[in-house]
Design a protein around this ligand. Structure first.
Ligand code: SF4
Length: 529
């Protein structure tokens, strides 16, 4: 029979439409460490900084404070409540649940099955390096199987954020430094299809440069992880405002559309729709500029050669590289006049009156021309049928977003908080016996050695990230597995406690599970063995 746990929401201020995590208890920041520690100070041993904290104040990271002489993690640990079904599902035995789902029981107390509560690492606290068991080692049941979740906050020096910016605009040369407040905090990395990629943070900027570089890098990383907007400047490139889940702002202009594909892909997609309405189409793109009549898609439609002569380097028929320099003009190039990439028309092949459409890969730029008697393109009003195809290109562009992934190495000492024999944790993760989550969000585990995790910050609760001034980033991480497997891998069995114990002993907050795409962590992976 499922155990029910009384959850007191009286101070939660739950907002059903916008789940959020709380701010810290307000304490003043403590003065720097002094050799003569006053009697009322407490020493925080949660990280190597060893702050000595006077009463009513917090240490350097604002995470630990001296509350009436007791070292206290000032943020509440966040528990998540499994989503409930529609009101008809009350047969599941969730007392008061239907009402809560409708937002009517946001205050007061209710009974929730323990199996419907997940203790996350957000606000859980830990030591660094880990010299004692993780702060919460929580036993529970899933499908009748005894499970355990080891809950902690990882303190990561080896970590970074990979940022994907959906734009074809030129942000700057690959490998260029990226700065915040003048300090180097990352670099431009390999572009992907329709997106520019940045790598921000990392151990070399956190600890390998000046103190200021480390501090500013840490600030940028924490803000990105906490879904805040960050201003960045790329050497030799653009100024950006980047925020997870929001449209990027490039040189002061909010990006709207992610390109439908490269110029060649666009020709492939729309060739049939252009057929009969124009004689030639050029799709301008910084990567591959497409030319309909030469492209295989045009050949399949028996489109008559137009005699067009393009600038740039011909790759394969109808596909041209480097027609212009990268920039913020048409199709991620620096051109503002589309005719500037056309050298001319072969008089043996072209004919007066030839109809020519030139468009960008987002449809934001498009012009229509007809050749005059001297075979010079003359701008004309775009026929309605062609206008519709340009609008169709725009319709097929997805909204431009900045995506932020946290990438971190959890293969160090934090494993000691989980097990006495850390390699068994590493091996168990590789064998899919352990489900790794960060603030409940599913983490991708990189193949190879160590425990290198990658997680989308948008799937994590707000304000999941903190820092310590070593400097390093603090992030929640949870390891869920069968209790029998935990015992086998040398887990701290004496420290296993129930969800009810956590609720009784720890300052906590309960929020609703808010990412419908994320599987429930304790049942989210088939249990092997
Ligand atoms: S920086 Fe934070 S975690 Fe480290 S000793 Fe100070 S209060 Fe504790």
């Amino acid at each position: 029979m499922t155990e029910h746990t009384k959850v007191d929401h009286s101070s939660d201020n739950l907002d059903e439409s916008m789940p959020s995590t709380p701010g810290p208890t307000v304490l003043e920041k403590s003065k720097p460490r002094s050799a003569n520690m006053a009697a009322k100070k407490v020493e925080c041993n949660a990280c190597p900084v060893l702050c000595q904290i006077t009463g009513g104040r917090t240490g350097a990271c604002d995470r630990w404070g001296n509350v009436e002489g007791v070292l206290t993690r000032v943020d509440s640990v966040i528990l998540m409540r499994r989503p409930v079904g529609p009101p008809a599902d009350t047969a599941l035995g969730h007392e008061g649940e239907a009402a809560a789902h409708q937002g009517a029981a946001a205050t007061g107390s209710e009974l929730v099955p323990e199996t419907d509560l997940f203790v996350s690492g957000v606000g859980s606290g830990t030591t660094y390096p880990d010299y004692k068991p993780a702060p919460f080692i929580v036993g529970s049941k899933a499908n009748g199987v005894d499970m355990v979740t080891v809950v902690t906050e990882g303190i990561f020096s080896y970590c970074s954020f990979k940022v994907k910016i959906d734009t074809d605009r030129y942000l700057g040369p690959e490998q260029s430094n990226i700065r915040h407040k003048g300090e180097i905090v990352g670099h431009v990395t390999t572009a992907e299809y329709g997106s520019q990629m940045l790598s921000l943070g990392g151990v070399h900027h956190l600890t390998g440069g000046s103190k200021k570089e480390g501090r500013i890098t840490c600030d940028v990383m924490m803000a990105l992880g906490n879904k805040q907007a960050v201003e960045l400047t790329i050497d030799g490139g653009a100024q950006l405002v980047v925020q997870a889940g929001k449209a990027p702002i490039v040189d002061g202009v909010e990006e709207k559309r992610m390109r439908v594909g490269c110029g060649s892909a666009a020709i492939g997609i729309f060739a049939k729709q252009w057929f009969g309405h124009t004689d030639e189409v050029v799709v301008v793109d910084d990567h591959i500029t497409g030319v309909l009549s030469e492209h295989q898609a045009g050949r399949c439609l028996d489109i008559r050669p137009s005699g067009i002569k393009m600038k740039g380097r011909k790759s394969t028929p109808g596909r041209y590289f480097q027609v212009a320099n990268p920039g913020n003009g048409w199709g991620g190039t620096d051109i503002t006049d589309p005719l500037s990439i056309i050298e001319g028309f072969d008089p043996e092949v072209a004919w007066p009156g030839l109809r020519l459409l030139i468009t960008s890969t987002t449809g934001e730029h498009a012009e229509y021309y007809e050749l005059d008697d001297a075979l010079q393109p003359q701008p004309k009003a775009m026929p309605e049928a062609l206008q519709k195809t340009v609008e169709r290109i725009g319709e097929n562009c997805e909204p431009s977003l900045a995506s932020v992934l946290f990438l971190a190495g959890a293969g160090g000492s934090l494993r000691a908080g989980v097990t006495e024999n850390p390699i068994w944790l590493t091996n168990s993760i590789k064998q899919s016996l352990v489900n790794v989550t960060c603030g409940g969000a599913p983490a991708y585990i990189w193949a190879g050695g160590g425990i290198t995790v990658m997680v989308d910050v948008m799937r994590m609760p707000d304000n999941s990230f903190g820092y310590v001034p070593t400097p390093a980033i603090v992030a929640p991480i949870e390891f869920s597995m069968r209790l029998t497997d935990y015992e086998r891998l040398g887990g701290h069995m004496a420290d296993v406690q129930s969800v009810a114990d956590v609720l009784a002993r720890a300052d906590h907050r309960v929020i609703d599970w808010f990412d419908a795409e994320s599987p429930w962590p304790i049942a989210g992976r088939p249990v092997l063995g």
